[in-house]
Design a protein around this ligand. Sequence first.
Ligand SMILES: Cc1ncc(C[n+]2csc(CCOP(=O)(O)OP(=O)(O)O)c2C)c(N)n1
Ligand SMILES: [Mg+2]
Length: 535
Amino acid sequence: MDHGGRIVAKALKSRGVSHLFTLSGGHLFSIYDGCRAEGIEIVDVRHEQSATFAAEGFAKATRRVGVAALTAGPGVTNGISAIVGAQANCSPVCVLGGRAPELRWGSGSLQEIDHLPFVSPLVKSAETVKDPGGIAERTAAALDLALAAPGGPTFVDYPLDVVFSEAEAELPPAVEAEARPAERVEEAAALLAAAERPAIMAGSGLYWGRGEEEMRALAEALGIPVFLNGLGRGCLPADHELAFSRARGAGLGGADVVLVIGVPLDFRLGFGASVGEEAKLIRLDAAPNQLTANRLPDLDLVGDVAASLAAIRSAAGEGRRSGPWLERLRGIEAEKRAAEEDELNDSRAPLHPVRIYRELGEVLDRDAIVVGDGGDFVSYAGRFVETYQPGCWMDPGPFGCLGAGPGQAIGAQLAHPERQVCLLLGDGAFGFAGMEFDTMARHGLPIVGVMGNNGIWALEHHPMKFLYGYSVAAELRPETSYERMVEALGCDGILVREPGELRPALKRAFSSGRPTLVNVLTDPEVAYPRKSNLA
Ligand SMILES: Cc1ncc(C[n+]2csc(CCOP(=O)(O)OP(=O)(O)O)c2C)c(N)n1
Ligand SMILES: [Mg+2]
């Protein structure tokens, strides 16, 4: 017989879970005791939102399930934004909730609330385990379901009296789903093989589906230019001959066949309008298209992403017809990159954000994990940070929740202690989860934060000024000494005012082995040239 918390921990261990992200609450004590006994590392953070984002960061860095334990009531409600973010990203995250005791349910216990009515719409499954004998099976099921394609968050909570009671732990074995290719892959192959101007647009679903090798082989066989976003970044190295970024408008707009892999046709792709009207549109993902109000794919392929790509490649054969098309796109790519030279070398103080990214690119390793949390500062990063390996770029995803960065960086650094983890922060974004620098100090995580400190919420300030001629509620204090805040929390802080100070600061930060915030003062007059809109 084991107590319920030990059974939870045994279930975690049976699924290879190594870390539990949490913030303390008495409802969770027995789970902590179980994790301690089973050798699962407990990582305690400063806000439940960060615990859940850390679980997602761990999942993104490993393609394994990330686990957060949130205490009853406010612990769970604090985790909600991160749960929704994981849902939008198809991230395999399992959230374990504390819960007021079942025996007294309805008597007004501390932190008593039924989580299921508000969590259920946000997750793949949500349930309360009311019998200690069911803990092993239900916990294992929640972990397995989070990971099953398409991935996403799952939730299970344990009433206090249930998880402190004893029972037998009987753990069902994990069942691997068969990797089945989609139907109609031959039609997709025929379209791509006949295309003169093909293009691939791939995102997070390619990464989750472990499709990078197959995509690369397909692109190389047929000479298909590849554009990547979200977690798809790095699935083809940025310096591969078929990797394009600046030419995306021309590439998707001028293609005759576009294969969209693992990314919804949402605002990031003009709700489908980024793809030229004449083009044949093939969509491939683990789940059917849900954005049915947008442009519909001509072929909607639903199946295992890697297996489907392999099947498309073998049906399409070899033979590049895209030579002139690739040359055209290469010309556009080169022209646009040449036009960026001035910004890359900008010598102003306070700094231009692009100057920061040029210098950062020269100190980051190829397998560095870069986490973005902010507005314009991160939009610039999206354009200028090059990604060379899968799982090396983390942004909040389409749900766009500020404050996701520190948690995700913590998860990523614990997943890969030997790699550089760089956390890009707007000064506004820092306010949501800046206290997690305390977590980094306590857990000895040498994350390097690089802040673009422009004293405003630039992504709101500039558009509001453009629309109204003024801006309100988008101003912050100029030159706030955030580097001193993190020093008070036990980290290193470096202030950068001049471009010449940046390189030494970054080198010091990455070589010290200590969590550091490089607070770079940036020019509030710089506005990111934005194409996509909100609505
Ligand atoms: C939780 C949350 N609140 C508000 C927003 C709206 N929002 C998006 S970007 C942004 C500005 C971010 O400012 P900062 O982090 O300083 O970066 P900057 O744009 O100045 O580079 C805001 C307020 C959001 N996306 N998420
Ligand atoms: Mg700002």
